[in-house]
Write a protein that binds this ligand. Structure first.
Ligand code: GLP
Length: 242
């Protein structure tokens, strides 16, 4: 895994945006796998700036998102569908019809998982953007998730509910379940970029890059992928042995 350590969130976001933008410049029809959370917001801001400066177009790009909370419809302000429109899609020239996020409010969630797997089979990610949970999760694949998993419904770990409660009015409002791409759907991407910043990611980053490859740390599966780049700040890199 290639590791790029940057000074701070600002620089991390710029470097990450350079990498993602090159994928789109090389292939205007690229499929981007996208992530939510605080980590990629700066990356998305940089992509918006490049679009506004006329350097980049998303007119023919398709996107597939990693995950969504179960029980929140796409217009709920805490849903990942809403988040993506808010932080990226509403500010660039992408066709919303080409953006895909699992539907967490579907009546039949098992069917929704099957349909998302079919979609992913036809839209292989040219690059997948990932954040990492403080417990090493990728998407919402919590520790213990099999590496060969496909899109599925997950019971969120207590630590994830606690981490994500900062974005809700109270911890009781955080959904306890989510629908997520499985680990094999993620690893299927041609290229993967992981973004991590802050001290609370240092343990997970160490286990991902230099720890044992184990389902106890879902992100450690990335050691097996031939084209992964981690872009992190010095705080998240603090435990890496360089
Ligand atoms: C959530 C998302 C993940 C994300 C992680 C880290 O649980 N499902 O895809 O990577 O949190 O989020 P943050 O970037 O806010 O630290």
């Amino acid at each position: 895994m290639k590791v790029i350590v940057t000074n701070d969130y600002h620089e991390m976001s710029k470097v990450a945006a350079e990498i993602v933008s090159h994928v789109v410049l090389d292939n205007p029809n690229a499929v981007l796998g996208l992530a939510t959370g605080s980590s990629p917001i700066g990356l998305y801001n940089n992509l918006i700036e490049m679009y506004e400066a006329g350097l980049l177009s998303f007119a023919n790009v398709s996107t597939v998102n990693l995950d969504e909370y179960v029980g929140l419809d796409r217009d709920h302000p805490q849903s990942y569908a809403y988040f993506m429109r808010n932080v990226l899609f509403d500010h660039i020239d992408i066709d919303l019809g080409n953006t895909h996020i699992p539907c967490g409010s579907a009546d039949n969630l098992e069917q929704q998982c099957r349909q998302y797997n079919e979609l992913l089979a036809s839209l292989k990610q040219d690059i997948q953007v990932l954040g990492i949970g403080s417990n090493g999760h990728i998407g919402f694949n919590e520790p213990g998730t099999p590496f060969d998993s496909v899109t599925h419904i997950v019971q969120l770990a207590d630590s994830t509910i606690k981490d994500n409660s900062r974005l809700f009015n109270s911890i009781d409002e955080v959904p306890t379940k989510a629908i997520t791409m499985g680990i094999s759907n993620i690893i299927n991407a041609r290229k993967i970029i992981v973004i991590a910043n802050g001290t609370n990611k240092a343990d997970a980053v160490y286990k991902m890059v230099q720890g044992e490859i184990s389902e106890n740390c879902p992100a450690s599966v990335l050691q097996k992928h031939p084209d992964v780049v981690l872009v992190c700040d010095t705080l998240a890199a603090a435990k890496l042995k360089m």
